[in-house]
Design a protein around this ligand. Sequence first.
Ligand code: GUN
Length: 310
Amino acid sequence: MTAKIIDGKRIGQEIREEVGLEVARLKDRGVVPGLAAVLVGDHPASRVYVRNKIKACQSLGVHSKLVALPQETTTAQLLQCISDLNRRDSIHGILVQLPLPGQIDEQPVLLAIDPAKDVDGLHPMNAGALALGREGLRPCTPSGVMEVLRREGIPLQGARAVVIGRSNLVGKPLGLLLLQQHATVTFCHSRTRDLEAVARSADILVAAVGRPAMVTADFVKPGAVVVDVGINRVEGPGLERLLAEDPSLRPRYERNRSKGIHSILVGDAQWSSVSRVASAATPVPGGVGPLTIALLMKNTVQAARVLSRK
Ligand code: GUN
């Protein structure tokens, strides 16, 4: 079997077009949706992510505000910044890019965001609403995965879903979203016994651990759908090992190297082996990645719609 390659770029584009129509409807009512992205410090990947989020706003006519704070920002200073954004009527969505520098306590920061503006869905109020099956803003990457499954027509009711990874950002909320759609959900993590066998029971297998190419064909039941949420940039000795284990990555690495990039972006699944067993799978890059920003835009517009009615 050769897995169908699920095209996340196309699905992301579809969602952006839908969001664009909703932005136009809101503007007809005099409402311009606005997003504030708060970036603390100079984490290189975070800078790229935030820049892409601002670009997405610009391309959809969503007002955006980048708040860049220095690496040495204190928790109190960040809380003050959030409090200002909470009060600002032109801002309907607030996201604080994670991870934060070590001296900042993440919990009070997430708690300080107005739940109605919490477009990342990480405030305990929104996390609780998800656990209880109530309305609220949902985290973007898990919502993106659900959009992929829905738009690809993958049946969830009664299906066995295994989620490898239990982070607050992806694994936990995604398991709850799958449960809400009547899947039978198993969470796996670093202490799961016989992980491969549990993974092989899945009709839908989600890898969200942040370990390059960890999920191989041995984890996949023939015909299962594999969703790879991992985004791992690999370089140095790890890269040598990866290329030795999966020579099919070499041409991509050589292309990068010719551009002066001595690393490669891979998911948590080893595409070359998984794609021989799965019926469909999301590649990295071009799978789930493009969905996160599309869903952030969708959440911003949802927040603007709700707040402008108040
Ligand atoms: N860091 C990595 N992914 C995310 C995300 O989706 N939202 C935020 N705020 N930070 C992240």
